[in-house]
Design a protein around this ligand. Sequence first.
Ligand SMILES: Nc1ncnc2c1ncn2[C@@H]1O[C@H](COP(=O)(O)OP(=O)(O)OP(=O)(O)O)[C@@H](O)[C@H]1O
Length: 690
Amino acid sequence: MPAHEFESDTTTDPLAHERAHLAASRAALRAMREDAQALDISDVTANWVNAAVLQAQIDERIKSLADLSHTPLFFGRLDYLHVVGAEEAEGAQGEQFYIGRRHVHDAVGDPMVIDWRAPVSQPFYRASRKDPLDVGRRRRFGYTGGDLTAYEDEHLTDPAEAEQTSKLLQAEIERPRVGPMRDIVATIQPEQDEIVRSELGGTVCVQGGPGTGKTAVGLHRVAYLLYAHRERLARTGTLVVGPNRSFLHYIEQVLPALGELEVKQATVEDLVGAQVEVRGTDEARAAVVKGDARMAEVLRRALRSHVTLPTQPVMVVRGSRRWRVPAYEIEEMVQELLARDMRYGAAHEALPQRIAHAVLVRMEEAGEAPDDRVQNAVARNPAVKAAVKAVWPAVEPAKLVLRLLADPEFLAAHAEGLLTEDEQKAILWVKPARSVKSAKWSAADAVLIDEASDLVARTHSLGHVVIDEAQDLSPMQYRAVGRRCSTGSATVLGDLAQGTTPWSTQNWEQALHHLGKADAVVEELTAGFRVPRDVIAYASRLLPVISPGLTAVESVRESPGSLSVREVAGADALDAAVIAACEEALTHEGSTGLIAADARVPALADALTAAGYPYLSPGQETTADSRLTLVPASLAKGLEYDYVVLDEPAAVVDGEPDERTGLRRLYVALTRAVSGLAVLHSAPLPRELG
Ligand SMILES: Nc1ncnc2c1ncn2[C@@H]1O[C@H](COP(=O)(O)OP(=O)(O)OP(=O)(O)O)[C@@H](O)[C@H]1O
């Protein structure tokens, strides 16, 4: 597969031909945009609401038709052997399609560029010599800046042509990283494409080591699903859940670059934090118990304990008449509502209507002809309200959780047989809060309140949710995310070896069960696109300890990468050595990340400032001028830097409550580098790395 650079053909210059197609496609896109801008909707909209809605849609379309000079309009071409969809008749004429980030058509509606998500584009990612999918030639384009400068051909049906790795693909993988995450539409690999294009109905779980493209695949899957099921997902909504704000910043530009502007992003805390302000933290032990799925049953029991069976009849007075519904009849209603297992709040709403209905039946029996308005009035009658308040009172979710955490007897009554005494003690507040407002709620408490809210009123479900770094979610957090896609589907992305929370996922089957998607398929990605060979081999020495049985990542990068491990004599000399290593890393193109134990960050920040090096925080955008980021180890997950300087591994390990978690945190820190890793230590290295 030769790469052609400014090469001339005997008849025509193919590169010039492709450039002309690029120029024509850009002109066509401009025309599409101008058409959208020129739309006059004054005649077709009867009222201002319609006009505003339509105008917003048009504005959206205009935005999506922007020609971004730094993102090439197309990156590939497929030469089909036959007309797509036609019988494969001998001598039938082939068809040619340019594959790009969005669809572009000419003035008469013929396609100039096909969206990468369209079915005809799929062979660009999947066709192989073994199964050419009717593609005679696959062409990849190379760009420098915004200019088309090279192309590469594969003749998939030519037996004489040998299989080779694509130079353009390799260049894309090896490119130095600066700035936020970019899309990978031009180079999605077949095993990634299978996940990207898997159907909306099913939930997919991807286990993959560092840099295998899980995040990239998840984001491209949303883009694909939005294309394939545009209307449905526009109605139901899509969401990407990530571990923290800096990570969400890092990935936030990928979907807009693919023309998808409507996908929401949130952390689990954002999702569950609507009702209370999180100001407190939990001891690990308490957080583990609060995050355990058994808490869901404790909450359910505690909530249901508010329902009591009636002992009094209800007497409704209307005008000169009194209507009596006996206690046993109300009890039947309550038993029926309990048996139906409907949401607590829905039953609370339904009960007054049921009682009113019983009154209406009596009215009819007495010869009256009451209508719906009478039923509603009876339902609001003070006697009915009082009965409902006694039997099925309204419950505020936060108050319910407050009582469980503050009142040992209430907790014991509902945790019996579920939580041990020690576990109950672990979650009870030492100093019980008096009110929802004054309580110092923790992140795990907010999840409990969210669970209680869902017991009261069903949580709205979205059409599709992507969960990244899912291995760090607790069972209760999985439940919280799961109810946000209870009628939709999910993409679950994670790496068991990178689990660093005390409640992290032990196996995907359990996690998917808590998510409510037990029938999901688990896929594994093992080809690594980020970390160079030598570096991933070094980091993988930790695998047998942190996650036995997991497959080590195999780097697809050709350059072995630079790995240096330096011992510095004496802790005093470490800061200076680290700064020197950063200085050295910054002589290369691309970004540099200095990763250190959280406790070491203030000292290193001072040292950097004293040495005159400005630095960024994780998630802040690197630019050509500021390329150094100081990264606390706790925030390194999911991020990548061209060069990484890792400060004192032993401190990273010691920063965690136990050794295995510490080594996992270290594994994350060791696997952030794209081109080179320098490890500096004055304390002994963990023996697994020795
Ligand atoms: N097919 C591909 N072509 C080019 N680059 C790719 C491809 N797949 C992934 N990459 C790149 O590899 C890097 C790692 O990808 P990504 O962050 O999605 O991996 P990850 O599995 O989520 O890693 P981690 O476990 O560390 O979070 C990114 O820069 C991404 O753009």
